[in-house]
Design a protein around this ligand. Structure first.
Ligand code: NAD
Ligand code: IPM
Ligand code: MN
Length: 370
């Protein structure tokens, strides 16, 4: 097969630590499954600010556009926290999402059997949970204008953001949600606050129209975002696909992550539109967690979310379903075998660091393919 071009952007904090383990998996896939990747590595976030003076250079954007897929770590950290808003490391990921048109962020929250007891919720509540959060990622309050902080005549400051959605932006991300629901258990919960927000009212109307016109076979439920947060904690099994705006999707996917035991377990895929001429789409894969400054440099971060993000890359960008499943299975087997990083530690299990966890996944891949 032709070389697949990957741009790897480890970023800051635990990003490089969990990416190191994932690079070994990529090498393994190349060696043992004959998947040939052409890999470039680049800087993003605080690392890029330090070296290049900007969180995501034009060159990095160009390389990301030229790649078949981007594998992203995480950005941010206390070192850059006092920089002006327009220079923050977080702008690195925001710029990539926007410049590549990555509007649909898929965030699966699956409670693996071996981790049922690692969740802070009761085992009966979380056993078997399998939710896909579809989060809009190029619009809404993250990019809406006007935004800023201004000083009023009386000397007091006022901060403001704008949550704005064009109906076409709602339609294209809702399509992704409905299509996924169709392939899963046939249910979509669309989340907004149509009771208090105009953009939420439009969101609900547009999703309802699209449902009627094209997806009547899918069960559609509307839910206010605050109620959804509560329902995720009390009865998470009712959910199949959850569709939400940039902000609500961000918050609810962190919450869904907690059900699974740790933020350190959850991967994501962010997809752009399919180009009708080439059939290709831009795509970026990243864990949903951040740079975890509190544990960075200690070698204890959980590499599973980053490794599982590579599994999503294999599946969504290249259709390597067998290899994606193989990697997911290897991770689950390692957990079933009793190894735990600190974030998912349970009594009676063996506590290990990032490197040992990565090594164990490699060994499991070998066993599964022996
Ligand atoms: P965070 O996700 O970095 O950390 C939240 C908590 O989860 C911390 O206690 C951390 O130790 C733990 N955690 C996260 N990932 C883990 C892993 N793989 N293994 C074990 N424990 C893990 O969120 P935060 O602390 O709110 O943010 C820290 C920085 O990261 C900020 O600068 C923030 O803006 C940035 N951030 C970046 C991204 C991204 O790059 N996509 C995502 C979220 C936050
Ligand atoms: C995420 C993060 C980002 C977001 C930040 C770092 C910009 O929290 O990927 O979930 O809010 O989208
Ligand atoms: Mn987030």
């Amino acid at each position: 097969a032709a070389n697949k071009k990957l741009l790897v952007l480890p970023g800051d904090g635990i990003g490089p630590e969990v990416m190191r383990e994932t690079r070994r998996i990529i090498d393994w896939m190349a060696r043992r499954r004959s998947l040939s990747f052409e890999i470039e590595e680049g800087l993003v976030g605080g690392a890029a600010i330090d070296a290049e003076g900007t969180p995501c250079s034009d060159t990095t954007v160009a390389r990301a556009k030229a790649a078949d897929a981007v594998l992203f770590g995480s950005v941010g950290g206390p070192k850059w926290d006092s920089l002006p808003f327009e220079q923050r490391p977080e702008l690195g990921i925001l710029r990539l999402r926007q410049e590549l048109g990555l509007f649909a962020n898929l965030r699966p929250a699956v409670v693996l059997d071996p981790l049922v007891d690692a969740s802070s919720l009761k085992p009966d509540v979380v056993r078997g949970v399998d939710i896909m959060v579809v989060r809009e990622t190029t619009g809404g309050v993250y990019f809406g204008e006007p935004r800023g902080v201004e000083t009023l005549p009386d000397g007091k400051r006022r901060g403001f953001d704008t949550d704005v959605y064009h109906e076409d932006e709602i339609i294209r991300v809702a399509r992704v949600g409905f299509d996924l629901a169709r392939k899963r258990r046939g249910k979509l919960t669309s989340v907004e606050k149509a009771n208090v927000m105009q953009s939420g009212r439009l969101w609900r109307a547009v999703v309802t129209e699209l449902h009627k016109a094209e997806y009547a076979d899918v069960e559609l439920q509307h839910m206010y975002a605050d109620n959804c947060a509560m329902q995720l904690c009390s009865r998470p099994k009712q959910f199949d696909v959850i569709l939400g705006s940039n902000l609500f999707g961000d918050v609810l996917s962190d919450l869904a992550a907690a059900l699974t035991g740790s933020l350190g377990m959850l991967p994501s895929a962010t997809l752009g539109a399919i180009d009708p001429a080439t059939g290709k789409r831009h795509a970026l894969y990243e864990p949903i967690h951040g740079s975890a400054p509190d544990i960075a440099g200690k070698g204890i971060a959980n590499p599973c979310a980053q490794m599982l993000s590579f599994a999503m890359l294999l599946r969504w960008s290249f259709g390597f379903e067998d290899e994606a499943k193989l990697l997911e299975q290897a991770v689950e087997k390692v957990l079933a075998g009793g190894l735990r990083t600190a974030d998912i530690m349970q009594t009676g299990m063996a506590r290990v660091g990032t490197g040992v966890m990565g090594e164990a996944v490699m060994r499991e891949l070998e066993k599964l393919t022996a």
